[in-house]
Design a protein around this ligand. Structure first.
Ligand code: HAM
Length: 424
């Protein structure tokens, strides 16, 4: 019998984990610099939390189960709904805005391929309690900053407005909009045309609808086109608001293009939406998605304007790998302690423990001869070897620089100074 990983999951070994933790630390720092605090919600939730407003695409791909108490539960497919549930449960009385971030695993029963897994990680934020354009601009700028700070090359940001699409659909008499937004998101234009027709939408309105969702380009041109097409007050106000957000982003040096075809795969968005693509990832190029949405009232809370995004952590790593980033430390700055014989093991253990107070340190654990232990340490990329032998009787050790191959006998009490300043 063979024991294998479940389909769509991965094992991460030390080298990969080093890189993931390194990227994670950088993302965390950027989130914190913008004033976000970390939240972690349960891995599974009551299924109705997820089915309430996430949309068909998410619900179709749920990992759901019944527990022994006959409760219907689901592994979280994303964190926006859980975070908003937790906010409604515990944080509603806090001063606004409430700024929360998460880096956590999610589960979707999707067809696995490169960049698409059944267990994957999201790094995201939710800014709860401000509907202002500057709040939206800050959220977009944060997503952009995270990716920029990691030096990802060749990524593009696309900003759209679901508010415009919703208002247009409403004017066409379509109030049940999920299906339409899902078809726009998946770019299934033939089916979309059929559906619009079946709702009795006139040919000229259908044409305009396709014109709008195909509008892409710079702010000035795209927004001006929408203004030419409509004289509906609500739509024009939506455009004013959209433009205000974009003006603030321009001040922040964020590069983007407007794309009114962005409809997102989830049902809760209400206004500005955005996605970031890493072209080099091919079909699964979307490394980040987010926008303004409304969920608190769905979970029994007070209606609260909210804006957020989630970065697909695994896709980001894949894209960074393609750029050949070197992340993490591969013992490159470490120290390898070698006792030359059994008699010096206890002392080597003590020395290793001291060095670990200030540097990465490993000790020879296989009792290899000095020469073999040194070549192992060099191969593994250690910077120094500390050789523990007869000299320790005079409180000295041999410190060997494994890169320059120079070595010297030094006083044990001066070891820390040598390993932390002189040689670095
Ligand atoms: P989402 O677009 O469904 O949005 O997911 C966010 C990101 O997670 C995607 O852009 C993608 O990079 C990554 N992702 C999604 N599914 C998979 C998968 N099967 N394998 C690997 N990566 C995947 C949300 O989840 C929203 N909650 C984002 C948000 C936060 N909106 C407002 N606040």
């Amino acid at each position: 019998m063979e024991f294998t990983r479940p389909r769509g999951t991965r094992d991460f070994f030390p080298e990969e984990m080093e890189k993931r933790r390194w990227v994670e630390a950088r993302i965390r720092d950027t989130f914190k610099n913008f004033g976000y605090g970390e939240i972690l919600t349960p891995t599974f939730e009551h299924i109705n939390l997820i089915t309430a407003k996430s949309g068909e695409d998410i619900v179709e791909h749920l990992y759901s189960f019944e527990d022994r108490g006959k409760r219907e539960l689901a592994l979280r497919p994303e964190l926006t709904a859980p975070v908003m549930r937790a906010y409604v449960n515990e944080l509603q009385s806090q001063a606004k805005p409430v700024k929360l971030y998460y880096i956590a695993n999610c589960f979707r029963y999707e067809r696995p391929q490169s960049g698409r897994y059944r267990e994957f990680w999201q790094a995201g934020i939710e800014l709860i309690g401000s509907s202002r354009a500057e709040a939206e601009a800050e959220v977009i700028a944060l997503a952009y900053r995270v990716i920029k700070n990691l030096n990802l090359k060749d990524f593009t940001m696309h900003i759209g407005n679901i508010g415009l699409l919703r208002k247009f659909l409403k004017n066409l008499g379509i109030t049940e909009q999920s299906n339409f937004l899902a078809l726009i998101d998946k770019e299934e234009h033939e089916e979309l045309e059929k559906q619009l027709e079946s709702y009795g939408v006139k040919a000229e309105d259908r044409k305009l609808f396709f014109k709008i969702i195909s509008l892409k380009g710079n702010k000035r041109k795209t927004v001006a086109r929408v203004r030419e097409f409509f004289n509906d007050k609500e739509i024009l106000e939506e455009m004013d608001r959209f433009e205000e957000t974009l003006n603030y982003i321009d001040n922040l040096g964020v590069e983007y293009s407007v794309n009114f075809g962005i409809a997102r795969g989830l049902d809760y968005y209400t206004g500005m939406v955005f996605e970031i693509y890493a072209r080099k990832l091919g079909a699964e190029k979307q490394v980040c998605g987010g926008g303004s949405y409304s969920l608190a009232e769905t979970f029994g809370g007070k209606a609260t304007p909210t804006c957020g995004f989630a970065i697909g952590f695994d896709r980001l790593i894949l894209a960074l790998n393609k750029d050949g980033i070197k992340a993490g430390n591969d013992n490159g700055h470490g120290v390898y302690v070698i006792p030359v014989s059994k008699e010096f093991i206890a002392y080597a253990i003590k020395i290793s423990s001291d060095i670990r107070e200030y540097r990465v340190c490993e000790m020879e654990l296989k009792r290899r001869k000095l020469g073999k232990a040194l070549s192992y340490a060099s191969k593994k990329g250690f910077e120094y070897a500390v050789i523990v032998g007869e000299e320790t009787k005079d409180n000295k050790i041999i410190l060997k620089n494994l890169i320059s191959k120079e070595q010297e006998e030094i006083d044990v009490f001066k070891m820390k100074t040598s390993l932390t300043t002189e040689h670095r």
